[in-house]
Structures are given as C-alpha cells and as structure tokens.
Design a binder for this molecule. Structure first.
Ligand code: GDP
Length: 179
C-alpha cells in the first residue's frame, strides 16, 4: 500500500458485483480496472492515483464461492484491519448487485464501516436490469435496511451501462476527496 497520507476512497464488493465497471465509469476510463466475466479475478489491491495524494483503492472482490475458506478468513481480517487503521481512508464505496443486495458479507462490511465512523456510499449496481418501479422500491428497501447500522450510509441506484447514478456518485466522491 502507498504511504498512509492524503485522501483515499476504497471500493469493495462481492465478486461480480460490477466494481471494476463502476470504477471505470466513474473515472471515465475504459480499462483502468479490468472487467471480467470470471468472478474473483481481482485478487490484488489496485491503487489509482487521481492527483497527488488523492487515491481510489480497488479492493479485491470478496465472497466468491470457489475461494478456499482459509483465504476468505484472511481477507476478512485484512479488510477489517484496513478499514479500522487507515488514516487516509475517508470513504467506502460498497457495490452490490441491485437484484441481490445485502448478503451477509455486505452487511458485515457496512457494520464495520459504521463502527469506525467511515462514510459509505452503497451503489446498487446493474440497475438497468430492473424496471423503474422495481428499482425505486429496491433503493427504498435497502435504505430502510441499512438504517440499523447507524452510520452515514447513502444508497443510490447505479448502472455503468447506462450511466445511471453517475452524477450523484461523482458528487459524493468529490466531496470526500476534498478533505
Ligand atoms: P467485479 O467483479 O465486481 O469487478 O465486476 P465487473 O465490473 O467485472 O462486472 C461483472 C459483470 O457484470 C460483467 O459481465 C459486466 O459486464 C456486468 N456489469 C457490470 N456493470 C453492469 C451494469 O451496469 N449493467 C449491466 N447490465 N451489467 C453490468
């Protein structure tokens, strides 16, 4: 990891949630973070320097079934330590497929972030897969559900394919990066 100075925002999500696509869309790059149809491809932490001391951190996708249990536990320990100890970390973007959000591991992550008072932007990805009514209902449902974690968690629908939610996501990230 780079030195713990400046400001960074981390992106986390279950494998295949659309994290690489979201990173590419938000930063307007076509192949910054490799997108792949094979879940679990991003095994390393990728660091994108936006400008001096401003970074986006692409954390490895979690929860992929084929990863051995021992590796999952190691990853969880590393992730919780990173969230708790990283001074430059000013926000966490949690990517969840809008069709199946808030899996146990997502909830664990939201709880950790809330516990260390880290603001969260939860992006409900691939929202183009749902019709407008169902999409709105899902956003409301997730907003209601995350209230139990008690932290600063914003929830927005997002589509890398259609650009839905892109302006809101960029606005929130810019706000965090200004610190
Ligand atoms: P990652 O494993 O979380 O980095 O996920 P990727 O960004 O590689 O995306 C996983 C799969 O979901 C790929 O097949 C993408 O093409 C697809 N995908 C990602 N974002 C969207 C989206 O906004 N809409 C749709 N329909 N598919 C998407």
């Amino acid at each position: 990891m780079p030195a713990d100075t400046g400001v960074e925002i981390a992106f986390a999500g279950r494998s295949n949630a659309g994290k690489s696509s979201a990173l590419n869309t938000i930063t307007q790059q076509k192949s910054l973070a490799r997108t792949s149809k094979t879940p679990g491809r991003t095994q390393l932490i990728n660091v994108f320097e936006l400008s001096e001391g401003k970074r986006l951190i692409d954390l490895p996708g979690y929860g992929y079934a084929k990863v051995p249990e021992e590796m999952k536990l190691k990853w969880q320990a590393a992730l919780s330590e990173y969230l708790q100890k990283r001074d430059s970390l000013k926000g966490l973007v949690v990517l969840m497929d809008i069709r199946h959000p808030l899996k146990d591991i997502d909830q664990q992550l939201l709880q950790w972030a809330s516990d260390c008072e880290l603001p969260v932007l939860a992006l409900l990805t691939k929202c183009d897969k749902l019709k407008s009514g169902a999409r709105k209902a899902e956003v409301l449902k997730v907003r209601e559900a995350v209230a139990i974690f008690g932290g600063d968690i914003r929830v927005e629908a997002f589509s890398s394919l259609k650009g839905t939610g892109l302006d809101q996501a960029r606005a929130i990230l810019s706000e965090w990066l200004l610190q």
